[in-house]
Design a protein around this ligand. Structure first.
Ligand SMILES: NC(=O)c1ccc[n+]([C@@H]2O[C@H](COP(=O)([O-])OP(=O)(O)OC[C@H]3O[C@@H](n4cnc5c(N)ncnc54)[C@H](O)[C@@H]3O)[C@@H](O)[C@H]2O)c1
Length: 439
């Protein structure tokens, strides 16, 4: 198979709109961070698009430019933010309520944050049972709600003067859902919107509205959302990139660092027990068993894919994998995670690894929102459409083309991402084959 021709990438001219359904902890930490960084008061730590480099050419060439100097990304100074929430608090008040960032930092960007007020949300209580708010759209059916979102996007573009926009879902985790008949094609989905089909989740209405408006969409939560044939089809026909799902931040991030390492040494696994406490609004939503099930499915998938139990039955054929999330209010956004990993080595001798990760959920997630927004926009300008597998690096439960398994190993994901950037610029892909084996 030959590699497809390098795409022509339209320049990142004008401002980029970043539309965020859900203006809670992650969104406000992201926006406040961007505004603070723009003032030169902090560095974009954790962001590959801002700080990451990519090696180009041979090791002897000594070319390691910043990613943002290789591909034409939108500049952080050229972003405009908008969003929706079921609560009517502006972004400053929402950030204060989320309690992630210190008050003096927030006060430094108060006017910018206060200027972002949530547009009324498309919301159905059945899909997120633990919260309710006053800022909700009304419509005769779900098609009308989709049209109202399309109007919002158009108005946002006019108001802010952005040249393009992307949408990144930062809303609460919806209840567990499997694709059903209504999700199988654009035609059935649109019919379902008109008929108010209960199987169409609010997040899917946002995704539909985004793609119809020429806006790429990424899903930061574990909801099904764009992982359905109808939306995949729409992404293709609209020429829009989509990506998902569920930001890979705390415990699963560490899991996908460690599991490939254990497997690389062919060390066996008896069990992996992961538990967390967190006390933010996300934790409250996940306290509902149906929302937790969505998260659990997303968190459980990583080990199976990385360890390939079918190929290595003696090492990984029988391991026990448990994931618990406990809503514990005093901790707020400062999640604490524990992992107990029972492994075995030479002659079956058992060993244990213990991890205690005291992390900050939204601090880890915010740079991912930035990268996803900039990379989705890049992909769209490069004419790429459908599932962006090269962005799997960012997700706990990465989407893959139908019939293919998704890649969870973070090192493979990073290689895939960087090779995609090299391909976009017509640079040689890096295979890591030693120079001595080239003619
Ligand atoms: N922080 C992390 O590390 C991380 C990692 C992976 C996934 N996530 C996911 O990201 C999402 C956001 O996390 P968070 O900590 O900011 O949660 P949060 O509860 O602080 O914010 C979510 C916001 O979404 C709003 N919302 C819910 N349904 C909505 C709808 N239909 N339309 C518009 N707004 C809606 C809620 O009112 C809330 O303000 C959650 O689904 C979470 O599971 C977060």
């Amino acid at each position: 198979m030959s590699v497809r021709e390098t795409p022509k990438i339209a320049p990142a001219e004008g401002k980029l709109g970043v539309l965020l359904p859900g203006l809670g902890a992650v969104s406000t930490t992201f926006i406040a961070g961007v505004e603070t960084i723009k003032k030169g008061q902090a560095a974009p730590i954790g962001s590959l698009t801002q700080l990451g480099r990519v090696r180009l050419g041979k090791r002897t060439d000594d070319r390691n430019p910043l990613i943002k100097d290789v591909v034409p990304l939108a500049d952080m100074n050229n972003l405009a933010f908008g969003g929706w929430d079921i609560y009517d608090a502006n972004c400053y008040d929402s950030a204060v309520n989320a309690g992630v960032l210190q008050r003096d930092l927030l006060d430094g960007v108060k006017s910018e944050m206060q200027a972002i007020t949530p547009m009324p949300a498309v919301f159905e209580h059945r899909y997120v049972t633990r919260i309710d708010g006053p800022n909700i759209k009304k419509g005769a059916n779900k098609m009308e709600l989709a049209e109202a979102l399309i109007d919002d996007i158009r108005n946002f573009k006019e108001r802010t003067g952005v040249a393009r926009a992307v949408m990144v879902w930062c809303g609460s985790t919806e209840i567990y859902q499997k694709a059903s008949d209504v999700h199988q094609s654009v035609a059935s989905f649109e019919k379902g919107l008109g008929e108010n089909n209960p199987e169409i989740a609010p997040s899917q209405i946002y995704a539909y509205a985004a793609l119809k408006s020429g806006v790429p969409f990424a899903n930061g939560a574990p909801n099904l959302t764009v992982d359905i044939p109808a939306i995949m089809e729409l992404a293709k026909t609209q020429g829009m990139p989509i990506a998902g799902k569920d930001y890979k931040t705390g415990q699963t991030f560490i899991k996908t660092l460690l599991a490939p390492g254990l497997k690389s040494r062919l060390l066996g696994l008896d069990g992996w027990f992961s538990t967390n406490i967190l006390g933010n609004r996300d934790g409250e939503v996940l306290d509902d068993p149906d929302s937790f099930k969505t998260k659990e499915e997303s968190k459980l998938s990583a080990l199976d894919v990385i360890l390939q139990p079918k190929l290595y039955p003696d090492l990984y054929g029988k391991f026990d994998h448990k994931v618990r999330i406990n809503y514990y209010k005093p901790r707020g956004d400062n999640k604490e995670g524990w992992d107990n990993i029972d492994i075995f080595g030479w002659l079956g001798y058992q060993m244990q690894i213990k991890i205690n990760f005291l992390c900050r959920d939204s601090i880890l997630a915010a740079p991912l929102v930035l990268d996803l927004a900039l990379f989705l926009d890049l992909a769209q300008r490069a004419g790429m459409s459908g599932i962006m597998e090269w962005l799997s690096f960012y997700f706990k439960s990465p989407m893959a083309a139908p019939g293919l398994y998704s890649e969870h190993d973070i090192f493979i994901q990073l290689m895939k991402l960087k090779n995609t950037l090299r391909w976009m610029k017509g640079e040689d892909l890096i295979t890591h084959l030693g120079l001595e084996y080239y003619d």
